[in-house]
Write a protein of this length. Sequence first.
Length: 104
Amino acid sequence: MKNKVSNPKTEVPKGISLNDQDYMTILLTLLKAIEKNMTVALTESSNETLYKEFKKIFDDIAQYQRDAYELMFRKGWYSLEKADAKKITTLEEELNTQLEDLSK
């Protein structure tokens, strides 16, 4: 598929037992959820000291999430789709229309 951006897939054992890809998928999902929840904790911090502590944790979690994603992408377990120019233009037009509607 020419619109797919990915690396060669690292094969993992199939079957009922969890494999490396399964563990990484679980880890990435958990890190994404923690990162989202840390955003709430940051915005609702009651003082600057607490905010700074949460920010350090958030930054670490964000980096772990990025590292997990990069590893999965390198292993071929995560792929992206190239968007064609028409699809991008259509989406841009839709978003501009929505923005104009908000201005009314």
